[in-house]
Design a protein around this ligand. Structure first.
Ligand SMILES: *Cc1c(COP(=O)(O)O)cnc(C)c1O
Length: 224
């Protein structure tokens, strides 16, 4: 039966050992499935498409914490800012600036994660690991009072090669630790979220230091 709340419960207890948060990825699922998981007591849901998210947000309880985990276009930012809990996929400085601008308009401070491209597959999205090494430039030289950079997000290769996946997660953890040390030295403890791991690789991600996993099909069943 989908969604599988027994699977959800076992995931949650597994995650407790790692102090990790579960984002239940509900893209393409009907709002009734989300309602089932919500009524089971879960509040964090992840969506990839702006219009789909807006439709669902309107139908579902305001208490739900919506995570935007897809690729976000600049012209859609203003639609999300009034309610989005965490934007995982900030992949350029211009997008970060746009979030700051839209959040300033409604006097909000928006929590975001910077997306880093760690997979061996080609992708247009995400900062490179080299750029990530210079995140202090982005973070400290851009004065962006209406964004709060909470951490990093990354996706490993879609591969059965567990060693490869572990190496990729490790590379993200390394950058996370170095940026997080810079934040702490400025007495800013807010940089503390490492979003990595999906249904197929979350165990590896947790072993490599993830504290937020984004899991869809393991809870809701395979997507069509
Ligand atoms: C779809 C998606 C997930 C969840 O994938 P599953 O394999 O269904 O767990 C996680 N993160 C991102 C960015 C996604 O697009």
């Amino acid at each position: 039966m989908n969604p599988d709340v027994a699977k959800l419960d076992s995931l949650l207890s597994e995650l407790q050992n790692f102090d990790a948060t579960l984002v239940a990825v509900s893209k393409t699922r009907p709002d009734t499935d989300i309602k089932t998981v919500y009524e089971h007591g879960h509040l964090d849901f992840g969506e990839n498409y702006v219009q789909e998210l807006l439709n669902k947000q309107e139908l579902l309880p305001g208490e739900i914490r919506w995570h935007f985990i897809g690729h976000l276009q600049s012209n859609k930012v203003r639609l999300l800012i009034p309610f989005i809990h965490l934007v995982h996929g900030i992949d350029s400085v211009s997008l970060l600036n746009e979030v700051n601008k839209q959040a300033a308009k409604i006097s909000r401070i928006q929590d975001v994660l910077l997306q880093v491209h760690i997979a061996s597959e080609e992708s247009k999205f995400g900062f490179s690991l080299n750029e990530a090494a210079d995140f202090d430039e982005i973070i400290f030289k851009n004065q962006l009072p209406n964004v709060r950079i909470r951490g990093l997000m990354g996706m490993a290769s879609f591969s059965d090669d567990k060693k490869l996946v572990a190496t990729e997660f490790k590379s993200l953890k390394r950058v996370f630790d170095s940026v997080s040390a810079q934040f702490s030295s400025l007495k800013k403890p807010d940089f503390n979220i490492l979003s990595m791991g999906m249904s197929g690789d979350y165990k590896i991600a947790l072993d490599e230091g993830s504290n937020m996993v984004r899991i869809g099909s393991a809870i809701f069943g395979d997507r069509k």
